[in-house]
Ligand binder design. Structure first.
Ligand code: ADP
Length: 192
């Protein structure tokens, strides 16, 4: 790994704690956090042309087409504010996205937050309720869209776990532990 400027990919199902762990790592090691979900929501909120194209797809819980997401990610990566380290969250979500990433940028490790499928739905439904109570419900936080998002994850994204494992890049962390224990395992596994 490139010293204290790690280039990391965070992989895990909805509700695996990716956002929380990314935030802790970014604060501690001054890393950029690049989340494709956040980039897409920015376009939705600002009513851009791209935002208009992806609105319905996102609300249904489906994956945005590669030609849109590749352009969006390239534009963000071209800012090069991440040279001192970054965490990529929400990308790649398919093996073809993984290939696109590998063709264009070098990443050191893939941190996989491993949680059993039975735990996932309970966690995401609880989070959706909490967000709704705070008035921050997302368009895709209804039970139907959540089920679609999980189906997309298990059919298209999870194959990336063995794909990265075969490349020797995967760090598997037990995501069912406390926030602190997960964070400690990540740092230990990465030698940070
Ligand atoms: P979550 O992990 O909770 O489903 P994200 O914020 O990562 O949420 O993504 C929200 C939505 O944005 C996804 O359901 C999908 O429609 C779209 N999206 C985000 N990243 C990608 C990606 N890499 N490829 C395709 N669609 C994406």
């Amino acid at each position: 790994m490139s010293g204290k400027n790690p280039k990391l990919i965070l992989l895990g199902a909805q509700g695996s704690g990716k956002g929380t762990q990314a935030e802790l790592l970014c604060k501690a090691f001054d890393l950029e956090h690049i989340s494709t979900g956040d980039l897409l929501r920015w376009h939705r909120q600002h009513h851009t042309k791209l935002g208009g194209k992806v609105g319905r797809i996102m609300a249904e819980g489906l994956l945005v087409p590669d030609e849109i997401i590749f352009g969006l990610l390239s534009e963000r990566m071209n800012q090069h504010d991440w040279n001192f380290g970054l965490i990529l969250d929400g990308f790649p979500r398919t093996v073809s996205q993984g290939e696109f990433l590998a063709e264009n940028w070098n990443f050191d490790r893939v941190v996989y937050l491993d949680i059993p499928r039975e735990v996932v739905l309970g966690r995401v439904l609880k989070r959706a309720e909490e967000m709704a109570a705070q008035g921050k419900r997302r368009d895709d936080d209804n039970e139907e869209a959540l089920k679609v998002r999980l189906d997309e994850y298990y059919s298209k994204t999870e194959p990336l776990v063995s794909w990265y494992e075969a490349k020797g890049l995967l760090l598997r962390v037990d995501g069912t532990q406390s926030i602190e224990a997960v964070q400690a395992d990540i740092r230990k596994g990465l030698g940070l």
